[in-house]
Design a protein around this ligand. Structure first.
Ligand SMILES: Nc1ncnc2c1ncn2[C@@H]1O[C@H](COP(=O)(O)OP(=O)(O)OP(=O)(O)O)[C@@H](O)[C@H]1O
Length: 606
């Protein structure tokens, strides 16, 4: 059987690589991959062009993927034992195919390292040709690649099975791989890799879903609680995260995140009961459990000493989608009030994207001096205008080459420049001021604005053709006052900033939660920073440490949706009205507020 496979493959290689003919009998994912590699101009008989990272590059790569490595470690250790027994390796890569860790048999490890299958090398198909890690990431499913199925001759010594790892928001954050010597008695079983991935993905639900409800389901009651159970996470009854099993059992895919509600999916289901699965069979469902942890901290540190980003679960779901769009070369537009964290969101998208290690260039279109904006963006040739630097300038667009360009306040870009930007976006090339040939540009684009771009298009202040190019997908960041649990959000931001045992007292927290935060996250970060600067190590901060604007500005009209504090206040007001036999004036007197306030806050009327 093995001999037949080898000879069939040898013939297929000869047909495809040497005679340019269609190979016969090659498995479909392998054939697709060979074709892609050939179209890219890779030479099967040559050597793959690899660029291994140096020590510091590898350290950075590992730091960026710290969470994935930490969550995967127990599975790697377990599979390393198996791999060792069959003379192979278990390998973890990030979502771009860069190898993060490899454990197992040392002899095979040395052979694998000879063909650069080792940490710090990227096994994306574009560089290393057909291979299990690269194919699994491209195909978004488990793939086996054995011996001569690899594109490059030199990789024929490998037999590999890999499957992608998805985070709870549908982001493809890595791949798990088992590799051993080709032609050996124990080809790496894809099933084992899949089990490892199930466990890693399941572990990702153990932290970070503050105030959410988690539903667990499976067709077999005995499987509830296992890594193969379906998991669905709801925030304010909206589906915000899931694992693949949960989606498959419900007949959904990742696009359901953010869009489907609990009522939609489980209409009339008794908690702890059974529902009808996609294929008609019954599913056991475990009562939704409230998750206990706080809003999730973003994956990377922010720019210029800013705190770690803290995202609401719903925003995290948007983040995962934005990463997939940017990776798929679809421009995204972020809208949101000033200070709501548009740039932080964009940086988080970049950090999680396949271009996380490439440049992130942020350009504030409103802050560039009018006369210089064109030169700053597009660059200029030597002597293009008076005052131009002798050597010319590359321009910000070209500095973002290979990475992500973030155009902030895009709504403030002068109309004339919009035409030039449109050309760049369409042609994927930039022509510097002062002439010269267009220079190809490889950028992913994220734009942001606090203005109503749609309205600007209507008023002809923004070109509609550019608008439709840039705003193919729009994400709206909620203002801070709309946080589902303001207290938890403020605490999470504080935790990321506080030093030397300083603590936020309950009363300070509640006063802050009652504030409207018109400046959103920026205002909050400023207030917290000032509180830290003005307090001592170990101190518990009370409301007197807050600036007067926060202390005195408890809102009269709650923003939507109300915070827990506002809900409590409303409940107390309704109870007072009830106690007074429905007499609003009497209840207002008892509470010491005006009648109109009571009408507005308790009954939602003007
Ligand atoms: N998700 C977040 N978690 C914690 N802090 C945040 C978050 N988003 C923003 N901040 C804080 O607010 C500051 C401003 O954020 P950012 O520049 O991303 O806002 P923006 O929406 O782009 O603002 P503008 O509309 O003015 O450009 C950051 O420097 C940081 O201190």
């Amino acid at each position: 059987m093995a001999t037949a496979l080898i000879s069939d493959l040898t013939r297929a290689r000869r047909d495809f690589f040497d005679r340019g003919a269609e190979p016969i009998g090659l498995r479909e994912p392998i054939l697709r991959s060979w074709r892609r590699c050939a179209e890219r101009g890779l030479d099967a008989h040559g050597e793959p062009a690899i660029e291994p990272l140096g020590q510091s590059g590898l350290r950075e790569l590992k730091e960026r993927n710290e969470r994935l490595i930490r969550l995967s470690r127990p599975q790697l250790e377990m599979l390393a034992g198996e791999a060792h027994d069959v003379g192979g390796l278990v390998i973890l890569s990030d979502g771009a195919g860069s190898v993060l860790d490899a454990l197992g048999d040392a002899d095979f490890g040395a052979k694998a390292a000879n063909v650069a299958l080792k940490p710090g090398v990227r096994w994306a198909e574009a560089a290393t040709g057909t291979n299990a890690i690269g194919a699994a990431l491209l195909e978004r499913r488990g793939v086996e690649v054995r011996g001569a199925e690899h594109f490059f001759d030199s990789h024929r010594i490998l037999a590999c099975a890999a499957a992608p790892i998805f985070d709870p928001f549908g982001g493809m954050v890595g791949a798990l791989d088992l590799s051993s010597a080709a032609g050996g008695p124990y080809p790496p079983p894809l099933q084992l890799v899949r089990l490892g991935v199930d466990r890693i993905e399941h572990g990702m639900f153990a932290e970070g879903f503050s105030g959410c409800e988690i539903v667990r389901l499976h067709a077999d009651r005995a499987m509830l609680g296992s890594p193969q159970e379906g998991v669905l996470v709801f925030d304010s009854a909206r589906l915000v995260a899931a694992n693949r099993h949960g989606l498959a059992l419900m007949g959904l895919d990742w696009t359901a995140l953010g869009g489907r509600s609990f009522g939609d999916l489980f209409d009339g289901v008794a908690k702890g009961g059974m529902i009808r699965g996609r294929s008609g069979g019954s599913l056991h469902i475990v009562e939704p459990e409230a998750a206990k942890l706080h809003p999730v901290r973003g994956p990377e540190r922010d720019h210029a000493g800013a705190p770690d980003p803290v995202f609401e679960p719903a925003t995290l779901a948007d983040l995962a989608r934005a990463v997939r769009l940017v990776d798929g070369d679809v421009p995204v537009l972020i809208q949101g009030e000033t200070g709501s964290g548009k740039e932080m969101f964009a940086r988080a998208v970049h950090a999680r994207s396949a271009r996380g290690s490439k440049p992130f260039i942020a350009v504030n279109c409103a802050a560039l001096p009018e006369g210089l904006i064109e030169a700053e963006l597009f660059g200029y040739e030597h002597g293009a205008f008076t005052g131009a630097r002798r050597a010319g300038s590359k321009g910000l667009l070209r500095e973002a080459d290979g990475g992500v360009l973030f155009l902030d306040e895009i709504g403030d870009m002068p109309v004339l420049l919009q035409a030039r930007l449109l050309r760049v976006v369409q042609d994927r090339a930039v022509t510097p001021l002062g002439g010269g040939r267009p220079i190809p540009l490889d950028i992913r684009l994220i734009c942001a604005t606090h203005r109503d771009l749609d309205g600007l298009v209507g008023a002809e202040a923004f070109r509609s053709d550019l608008y439709f190019r840039l705003a193919q997908f729009t994400f709206v960041l909620p203002p801070l006052r709309a946080a589902a649990d303001r207290i938890a959000t403020i605490e999470a931001v504080w935790d990321g900033m506080a030093r030397d045992g300083r603590r936020l007292g309950r009363e300070a927290l509640e006063t802050m939660a009652a504030h409207d935060w018109p400046g959103n996250h920026r205002e909050l970060a400023g207030v917290l920073k000032a509180m830290i600067a003005l307090s001592e190590a170990g101190e518990t901060l009370g409301p007197d440490c807050l600036p007067a604007s926060v202390r005195s500005a408890a809102p009269e009209t709650p923003a939507t949706p109300p915070s827990k504090l506002e809900s409590l206040a409303r409940a107390a007001m309704l109870a007072a009205i009830d106690d007074c036999g429905g007499n609003v004036a009497a209840a207002a007197r008892r509470l010491g507020v005006s009648r109109s306030t009571l009408y507005r806050r308790a009954l939602g009327r003007d």
